[in-house]
Write a protein that binds this ligand. Structure first.
Ligand SMILES: Cc1cc2nc3c(=O)[nH]c(=O)nc-3n(C[C@H](O)[C@H](O)[C@H](O)COP(=O)(O)OP(=O)(O)OC[C@H]3O[C@@H](n4cnc5c(N)ncnc54)[C@H](O)[C@@H]3O)c2cc1C
Ligand code: FES
Length: 1282
């Protein structure tokens, strides 16, 4: 098997394992500096496929490896190739679009544009239907596609790098070698004999196959493996063969991907009936980790790890697979993987000197059926919650049972066979009684206690029964019609997308009269796009500073308690360790951010993960290892973790709640309402969980001390001034001595608004003490513990509606889980309160907000800043009203939409209110009515797989709630060569702010955009900056830059008039010669009036609102809780777009991030406040596979905005809430299933719609069988809803 190019995760690949191999990184395949982009890099940048750019090299290399192995791949190959890559910014559509251009089955080298169908709002009259490539209905043409690949380079595989001849000749990778360094020895045997000798001599050495399990253990659990034997180069372990009797033999040096390929080869070759187990292994492997892990991981590593949630072990157990163990002493032995193989949690029966040499995967006999099923939180690249495998053997003569084997992973500390369940089944018929009996027995045999490790006891039990039902139905069906291909409804491993990818981006082109050099309104590429794809874009951690020390935190392992002792003795002995610092080293103020956040905990611990001190060492890894050696003794207290606990204990950050009373806009007091006067009232409670930012670049900073007290800081931050303030407080040094800079950050989403100062201040304390530069780089595992998330919310609501569906009175109490400190919780709550009306006019609104103080990391800003939480409450209320009283849902909405000039409960009058236009256009774009009927028809015919389609509107107020933040500054220098350097207060986090600012500056100065440059954002260029947040980056900074440019243009004007035919350069030079300043500052503010939240009286808080409507169609598997998004249509009002490519990128990215929030992203916190979700392994953000297959975005045409720069509107946050249309579509699908089961009433469904929530809401015969959970408070659940 010649697989020469394999993509690997660098963090899981020991350097020794690449001995004798050629390594290619993104830097090696193309370069902006060298003016040579690889075709992948070129197409990805042309497709606007990067935003923050931090994930981009990974995607490029995934595609590169694919093309090197298969120059003409198909779309499915691309999907598989990027399984292990995540992007938090783009929504994946442009990445897929770029990569699919290399495929054979994409249409004409590109994807199908939905506008070729009938989704154009113009329907039959669509210009494209009449042969035009662009719509032409008004003065501005409407384009339907952002990117054109017409002029990109052809991919020519012959131009690729050649494999180094030296390596080819010497074949070092096949040679045996060993290396010893710093007490660590690495062996690479090249024969089985050598391997067994080594294992016999060093039984305690660790075998390393793919390193995907050990690598994680070593990095995060600091497990020592001083002696490692790499078995991948042992030729005997790479053998495979078919035996007529025994099945397929696989050597254990083969990677999982190689195994998958072999399975495919033999499935194609052998009779279908014989290869059922092969097929299930192949299917299971598709969803086993991602392709990069599978490129390295092995079956042996999986078996030896003996994880109870292994995906493969249930298959081996149910199929009676056998492994071959080899040792020097005992030779070879064959061992079945049966009920005796796994001795306990992660304990297989393999002795220290044994090596798993191979496995026999059996054939299925003619009268056997074999299936395996897996359900995980996310379909791709996720470990299972439960995996089940079923083998049924029937008597040839009468179809009675000969043998039934059922095994489950995820139901016990070991993979477990259902031995009790299958007792006495021999001789029984496949009928309903068997179905029922086995279900009952499985319920008894796989009972999980309510506090079971891993949690989800009812869901996991339900899955065992659901899998059995699927298997039973599938077998019965096959027996009935002997139709072997009947795989659809009952698909085992969650079914893959079968739909082809379609997309549309509709936007207005610039007027034909616009000056060709004026870039505003054009979909120009992200200013750093090409540097993102080549890996040449520089982030803070790329900056190397001579003599730099490294810092790693010592963190609390409890959520609440008193620090009794800190013992650093062992840590300080580690070579390379320089010092330990804690609160006693802080020369200035210990409490920063809102004067309530200690840089290091002093005496008391307030949340799990809280930094207590830090180790400073010569390198990052030493600092981390030493920090793990510091022993902290803490006396534990009972923490407050959930909102309910905080309410019970009256633990609030704001003793005086915040209010909004719409009645105060017209009168001076708040009337008491008699709710009995209303015809129809709904009352209830709803919860929405938090969300990890999961920016691809975690927190980091470099602090460089200068002379006197000067400090230079490079920080990954959304607000340089806040970092400057925090360092100033921490060191007691005035701000003019502190320069904080940032070039770009690898994603922020609000997570780098208030928090970076915390990390930079800690590093500054160390830098000041040690008088050396200090770098802090927080590993994901720690970042997710130390930093807060989106605020979880709980709402109590009561709403009255009249008989016609008119919304009358609305009373809401909002509780947010803020964690241990204020951070930005006040602003987040206020925004939730002023968005709780969403797009609906209520007759009266009374909202109250309380900030719950708990022992979790401080919740913080996250795109939408509380708005999505507030709107989620309202949209749930709409569902409640509709399902309780039977109104037509969309009519009810339309009837209650705001009209032009209406006033919101918080006192803002809505001007240019475009919600109805967005709504009507989205109905048209999505072809909603027709598809809703199709969904209903589908549901009638499909008992277990249901579909739902749903429309969600949104309105988002633009500006900071805190008036003084609505200001920005700029500094523009013009040099005598005509080039222009722009500095402004905003920073670039992928949202394309610098790109838009370049466009604005170029228009204002009437010059080509290539003459304008932005270097970084820094406090010595623009002081007192507001965070780049609240979506107003381009509004405020654009105005400031416009102001500065206006001043410059006024100064240059006389020289222009003097020489009208001259060039920009001539005028600039003339101005210089005449001693005219070519440097100007600018200043911009946007409208804001303060709402009085203490008394509840509103004001014209925001200058304007952004409107949008999203529609999603989803499909759910009611038995497993799995779902897929089939199609999404969005119409968004962005005013007159400054850059449609950037704006559409923001819409798609925000939508997918919102989709994650409302479906799969779930924070897991133990009742004692320990945060379990600390990395990609257990916190799942959407992957490319989750993005809608059919994704259409339309910018509302003809919208303008008097309040925005060049009539544009802000876009960063507003579309995020539209992601909830997937949640509500899922809820519709669940409702269809519930109605089939006689449940017609409103049901509460909290967010996110995880597989667990979906399955458990699909109440049916299976859920009825499950043992009830004891009353809350009577047991200690694995996790709690915070
Ligand atoms: C991102 C990610 C996703 C993952 N997803 C999944 C998933 O979806 N499903 C799943 O089941 N697992 C998953 N895993 C877990 C892991 O990748 C698998 O268990 C994998 O099969 C381990 O194989 P390996 O070759 O990398 O093992 P290694 O890490 O090399 O070794 C693991 C253990 O096995 C021992 N070992 C290795 N080879 C032999 C041998 N020949 N004989 C005896 N002992 C041996 C090692 O000494 C070690 O103790 C995932 C891991 C990661 C990092
Ligand atoms: S561009 Fe993909 S994570 Fe930012």
């Amino acid at each position: 098997m010649a697989q020469n190019f394999i993509l690997v995760n660098a963090c899981l690949t020991p350097v020794c394992s690449v001995f004798g191999k050629a390594v290619t990184t993104v830097e090696g395949i193309g370069s902006v500096a060298k003016k040579r982009l690889h075709p992948i890099q070129e197409r990805l940048s042309v497709a606007h496929g990067s935003q923050c750019g931090y994930c981009t090299p990974g995607f490029v290399m995934a595609m590169y490896a694919l093309l090197r192995n298969k120059p003409k791949p198909n779309m499915e190959d691309v999907d598989e190739a990027i399984q292990g890559n995540l992007c938090r910014c783009t929504g994946y559509r442009p990445i897929l679009e770029a990569f699919y251009t290399f495929t054979e089955n994409a249409e004409n080298g590109t994807l199908k544009n939905s506008m070729n169908g009938n989704s154009c709002p113009m329907g039959e009259k669509c210009c494209k239907m009449n042969g035009n490539s662009k719509c032409n209905d008004t003065d501005r043409k409407e384009a339907t596609k952002l990117s054109s690949f017409e002029n990109v380079k052809e991919y020519d595989e012959t131009q690729e790098l050649i494999f180094p001849a030296e390596l080819k000749l010497n074949k070092w990778h096949r040679k045996s070698f060993y290396m010893t360094k710093d007490g660590f020895t690495w062996y690479q045997p090249n024969s089985l004999e050598e391997l067994l000798n080594l294992k016999s001599s060093y039984p305690n050495s660790r075998l390393i196959s793919g390193n995907t399990e050990i690598g994680v253990e070593m990095k995060f659990r600091f497990i020592e493996a001083p002696m490692a034997i790499n078995i991948k180069q042992v030729p005997e372990l790479r053998e495979y063969n078919l035996d007529n009797e025994k099945g397929l033999y696989l050597g254990m040096g083969l990677s999982l991907n190689e195994v998958k390929q072999l399975m495919g080869k033999y499935i194609a070759k052998l009779p279908k009936q014989k290869t059922q187990i092969f097929k299930e292994v192949q299917d299971m492997l598709y969803y086993f980790a991602g392709k990069h892990v599978r490129n390295m991981a092995t079956i042996a590593g999986n078996i030896a790890t003996a994880s109870p949630i292994s995906d493969l072990n249930p298959i081996w157990m149910a199929s009676c697979a056998q492994i071959i163990l080899a040792s020097k002493q005992h030779g070879e032995k064959i061992l079945p993987i049966d009920e005796n193989f796994f001795l306990g949690y992660r304990k297989p029966s393999i002795s220290a000197d044994e090596v798993i040499k191979g496995i026999w995967v059996p054939y299925t006999k003619p009268n056997q059926f074999f299936r395996a099923y897996k359900q995980a939180q996310r379909r791709e690249d996720d470990i299972s919650i439960v995996t089940g495998a079923f083998l049924l053997e029937l008597n040839e003569n009468d179809n009675t049972i000969e043998n039934l084997k059922i095994s489950f992973g995820g139901m016990a500390p070991v993979t477990k066979l259902a031995l009790e369940t299958v007792k006495n089944v021999k001789g029984r018929k496949i009928d309903e009684t068997l179905l029922e009996d086995i279900s009952n027995k499985l319920t008894d045999e796989f009972k999980l206690p309510p506090d079971v490790p891993g949690g989800m006891p009812q869901f996991r039990q339900a899955l065992t029964l659901s899998f059995w039902l699927k298997f039973y139905n599938e077998v019965s069906q096959k027996l009935k019609d002997q139709n072997e291909d009947n795989h659809s409804e009952m698909n085992g491993v969650s079914s893959r997308h079968e739909e082809k990818y379609h997309f549309t981006q509709v936007f207005a082109e610039v007027p034909e009269t616009q000056n060709p050099i004026d870039p505003v309104g054009r979909p120009i590429m992200h200013a750093s796009g090409e540097k993102h794809v080549t890996g040449e874009a520089i982030y803070s951690t790329d900056i190397q500073v001579a003599g730099c020390l490294h810092m790693a935190y010592v963190m609390s392992n409890v959520a609440s308690g008193k620090i009794l002792e800190v013992d650093t003795s062992k840590a300080l002995l580690l070579p390379g360790v320089v010092d330990y610092i804690d609160h006693t080293d802080v020369p200035g103020q210990l409490l920063i951010i809102h004067n309530d956040t200690p840089i290091f905990a002093k005496d008391i611990i307030e949340f799990h993960g809280q930094p207590i001190g830090a180790i400073i060492a010569e390198d990052h890894e030493t600092a981390r290892r030493a920090a793990a050696l510091v022993k902290v003794t803490i006396e534990k207290d009972q923490p407050i973790v959930t909102i309910e606990q905080a309410i019970e204990k009256q633990s609030f950050l704001n003793q005086q709640p915040y209010y909004i009373h719409s009645s105060l806009l017209e009168q001076n007091s708040v009337p008491e309402y008699d709710w009995s006067q209303y015809e129809k009232v709904v009352e209830g409670q709803i919860r929405i969980g938090g969300q990890e930012h999961f920016y691809l670049e975690t927190h980091n900073a470099v602090v460089i001390p200068g002379e006197d007290d000067e400090i230079e800081v490079i920080s990954s931050t959304q607000c340089v001034s806040d970092v400057q303030r925090d360092i100033s407080w921490a060191l007691g040094v005035p701000r003019h001595k502190i320069v904080v800079k940032v070039k770009r950050i690898g994603g922020g989403f609000g997570g780098k608004e208030s928090t970076p100062g915390f990390f930079a201040a800690g590093a500054a304390v160390a830098a000041k003490k040690l008088r050396r530069p200090v770098k802090i780089y927080i590993e994901r595992f720690d970042d997710m513990a130390i930093t807060g998330t989106r605020h979880p919310f709980l709402f109590d609501y009561k709403v009255a509606v009249d008989n016609t569906g008119k919304l009358l009175n609305f009373d809401a109490k909002c509780y947010s889980n803020c964690g241990f400190s204020f951070d930005l919780s006040k602003g987040v709550m206020e925004r939730a309160m002023v968005h709780i009306d969403n797009v609906y006019k209520f007759e009266n609104v009374d909202v109250c907000g309380k900030l719950c103080k708990t022992n979790i990391a401080s919740s913080t800003a996250f795109r939408g800043f509380g708005g999505p939480q507030g709107m989620f409450c309202t949209e749930t209320i709409i569902k409640h009203i509709v399902e309780k009283f039977g109104f037509d849902e969309n009519k009810l909405r339309e009837q209650n939409f705001y009209n032009e000039g209406d006033c919101t409960p918080f006192g803002m009058h809505l001007r240019q209110c475009n919600i109805r236009r967005c709504w009507d256009e989205c109905i048209e774009l999505s072809n909603f009515e027709q598809r809703k009927n199709a969904v209903d028809e589908y549901n009638k015919k499909s008992p277990y797989v249901k579909r739902g389609i749903y429309l969600i509107p949104t309105k988002f107020g633009i500006g900071f709630g805190f008036k003084q933040l609505n200001q920005a500054g700029a500094l523009v220098h013009v040099y005598t060569d005509g080039s222009v350097l722009v500095s402004h207060a905003g920073m670039e986090m992928g949202q394309g702010l610098h790109t838009k600012i370049l466009q604005i500056a170029a228009r204002c100065l009437e010059i080509d955009i290539s003459l304008v440059h932005i270097e970084n954002t820094a406090t010595d260029k623009v002081p007192n900056t507001s965070p780049t947040a609240a979506s107003v980056g381009s509004d405020m900074n654009g105005l400031a830059v416009q102001d500065a440019c206006r001043k410059l243009m006024e100064r240059i004007k006389p020289f222009k008039e003097e020489n009208p035919t001259g060039s920009w350069k001539d005028w600039v030079m003339k101005a210089y010669v005449n001693r005219v300043s070519l440097s100007a500052t600018g200043f911009g503010i946007i409208h804001s009036e303060a709402v009085d939240f203490f008394n509840g009286k509103g004001a014209e808080l925001f200058g304007y609102c952004v409107y949008g409507v999203g529609c999603a169609e989803v499909e759910i598997d009611c038995l497993t809780g799995d779902h897929k998004v089939l199609r999404t249509d969005i119409v968004m009002d962005v005013g007159d777009s400054l850059n449609p490519a950037v704006d559409i990128g923001q819409i798609e990215g925000a939508f997918v991030q919102g989709y994650g929030l409302f479906t799969m992203e779930e924070l897991k916190v133990r009742p004692d406040g320990i945060r379990l979700t600390r990395g990609p392994g257990n916190y799942k953000i959407p992957s490319a596979d989750d993005a809608p297959r059919n994704f259409n975005v339309k910018l509302l045409k003809g919208s303008s905005n008097k309040m925005g720069i060049f009539s544009s509107k802000a876009i960063g946050e507003p579309p995020l809430f539209l992601g909830s249309c997937t949640f509500f579509a899922i809820r519709e699908a669940i409702r269809a299933y519930r109605m089939d089961n006689g449940l017609n009433d409103y049901f509460r469904m909290d967010s996110p719609a995880t597989p667990e929530r979906i399955r458990m809401a699909c109440e049916d015969g299976i859920t009825k069988k499950l043992p009830k959970l004891p009353e809350e408070g009577t047991y200690n659940p694995w996790v709690v809803n915070i």
